[in-house]
Design a protein around this ligand. Structure first.
Ligand SMILES: [Zn+2]
Length: 284
């Protein structure tokens, strides 16, 4: 295979053709830190098929959550090295809109927390600043601390600041870098809270509009190479069907960074947080 690739590179050079695309063996492995396997978008995808989709996309390991949580356990049971379980508070009518007001949520989470080796609680949403201080959220933050778990939070930079003010020791994986926050706002938050890890699902388009990496984003990624991870966030059927495309969109901008930095962001930082599952794919 190597000889064939070398031959093609040589040939493309001779013919002045663009370099042949890297084969699967050369592709940057990605640790997806924002996988969902919720019932609706993934209807018709049994666990083995999902594992096959990740394999084909060059994703040896992923942090997965779902509504309901049993879906996550199905993936984890199939392949615990590939699927790192994260416990979602969402189930039935308890969803992103109302979970912080649901008094039953802490007991629900406590009842499940020992089912498998969960590594985080989330992804959960904080829709308003005030939600950061509700008794339910206080309990959930305490539960995470008790079990040494990450809190995977979808919220604006302002809401993350509120959480850190109330709970300075909370370990936060910040979903989508706030999604709508400007890169300058992301930079300020990361400077003020050096232990916040920022996850970049849904952000490939703002990092590299039209495929070229944005200057402010590039500076920020180079300033904090140890504090970013990438993710897919397949929360709709359309995104689930385009899983490999979501991962490849990150590879476009990762390829424009120094290789060591790209590797940290693609998988190295996530491995530091969640382990490598004993997989050889991450040993570079
Ligand atoms: Zn989200």
């Amino acid at each position: 295979m190597r000889d064939r690739r070398r031959f093609l590179i040589l040939l493309s050079g001779l013919l002045a053709l663009p370099l042949v695309p890297a084969g699967a063996a050369d592709r940057l492995p990605v640790f997806d830190t924002h996988l969902h396997y919720s019932e609706r978008p993934w209807q018709g995808y049994p666990p083995a098929r999902v594992a096959g989709i990740l394999e084909a996309a060059g994703v040896p390991r992923a942090l997965v959550s779902s509504t309901p949580d049993d879906q996550t356990l199905r993936l984890h049971a199939l392949d615990p090295a590939r699927f790192v379980a994260e416990l979602s508070p969402y189930r039935g009518r308890i969803r992103w809109r109302n979970w912080t007001e649901d008094a039953g949520t802490p007991a629900y989470l406590r009842g499940r927390i020992r089912l498998v080796d969960y590594r985080g609680i989330g992804e959960f949403h904080l829709n308003k600043l005030a939600e950061a201080g509700t008794p339910v959220v206080r309990d959930v933050v305490a539960l995470a601390a008790e079990h040494d778990l990450w809190l995977h939070i979808h919220a604006t930079a302002a809401a993350i600041r509120r959480v850190k003010k109330l709970f300075p020791k909370a370990r936060i994986l910040w979903a989508h870098a706030g999604w709508t926050d400007a890169v300058s706002e992301v930079a300020r938050l990361m400077a003020d809270y050096p232990d916040v890890i920022t996850e970049l699902s849904l952000r490939a388009g703002s990092i590299a509009p039209k495929g070229t990496i944005n200057r402010a984003w590039r500076e920020l990624l180079l300033r904090y190479p140890d504090r970013f991870t990438v993710g897919s966030d397949p929360y709709t059927a359309k995104r689930a069907a385009n899983y490999a495309g979501l991962i490849d969109a990150h590879r476009v901008w990762l390829a424009q960074l120094p290789e060591a930095t790209a590797r940290r962001i693609a998988y190295g930082n996530a491995v530091r947080l969640f382990g490598d599952g004993g997989l050889a794919a991450f040993r570079k």
